[in-house]
Design a protein around this ligand. Structure first.
Ligand SMILES: [Zn+2]
Length: 272
């Protein structure tokens, strides 16, 4: 199965399996700079760690929306499944009307361009948070890396096709932007709401299941680690308090479930 389909009221949604790559203990430990390797080892409790990638597809009215594009052709082995997962739903890249970018890390945007530098989802309107665009145009502009310069040039050339949004903005009926800044300055999720049902896509507020119990552990790619901790706790509290169906980008496919609270710890309850 490469797509997990569900309905939120009359809005069709699916979690898409972009793939997963296995990770060594050392690779995981290297991502948590304020935690010892031993603490990571005991948090994993013998489980083999992996890094999963789950995209969100939404059909609201006649608008076909995709949140993030994954690695595309250029990622680690085991990734790059997004286009195939969409095809399983009968959807081609040219059918996507709105491409929402939650943030500009490579595992979310590398599949934006094909090998010739053209947008894969070439008919879509591109949507991202204003703060996210500003962060990355600035970071890439200040970087000497050829890859960063290429990203800067390619995205700048498409600037007129981007709509820039902020917290609470509606990108399609029943689909609203949720500010989750901290991981990056404009890191944003989506709240899908229809007919009394809700789904909150919280993207990268955490990256491994053990972070439900250790929300204070910093993640190396957080632009502002302390802000990311606050956003992680606030959002997990909201998910638990409101009993929300929640999607995480990096939890094992489909990344859907509910958050609960047990004492000082959050608990992840994946859907069966
Ligand atoms: Zn990510």
């Amino acid at each position: 199965m490469t797509a997990y389909q569900l309905k939120i009221g009359d809005i069709e949604c699916a979690a898409l399996d972009e793939g997963a790559s296995s990770m060594t203990l050392d690779a995981v430990a290297g991502r948590y700079p304020n935690v010892s390797r031993q603490e990571i080892a005991s948090a994993l409790a013998g489980e083999a760690p992996s890094d999963s990638l789950n995209l969100l597809y939404i059909m609201s009215g006649s608008a076909r929306i995709l949140a993030d594009v994954g690695f595309g052709e250029a990622g680690p082995s085991g990734t790059g499944g997004a286009v195939k997962a969409l095809a399983g739903l009968g959807v081609a890249p040219a059918d996507i009307d709105i491409l929402f970018l939650t943030h500009f890390h490579g595992d979310h945007i590398a599949g934006f361009f094909d090998a010739d530098g053209a947008p894969v989802y070439h008919k879509a309107r591109f949507v991202t948070a204003q703060a996210e665009w500003e962060e990355w145009m600035g970071r890439w502009g200040a970087s000497d890396s050829a890859g960063d310069q290429l990203n800067l040039e390619r995205f700048r050339a498409l600037q007129d096709r981007f709509s820039f949004v902020n917290d609470g903005d509606e990108i399609a009926p029943g689909v609203n932007v949720v500010d989750l800044a901290g991981h990056t300055r404009g890191h944003s999720g989506l709240l899908v709401e229809a007919g009394g049902d809700r789904l909150l896509h919280v993207v990268d507020i955490l990256h491994q299941p053990f972070q439900f119990a250790r929300t204070d552990w910093h993640f190396i790619f957080d632009s502002d680690a302390d802000h990311a901790v606050q956003t992680r706790r606030r959002t997990l509290n909201r998910c638990a308090d409101e009993g929300l169906l929640t999607l995480f980008y990096h939890l094992p496919f489909p990344g859907l479930g509910r958050v609960s609270i047990d004492g000082d710890s959050f608990v992840w309850n994946p859907i069966a």
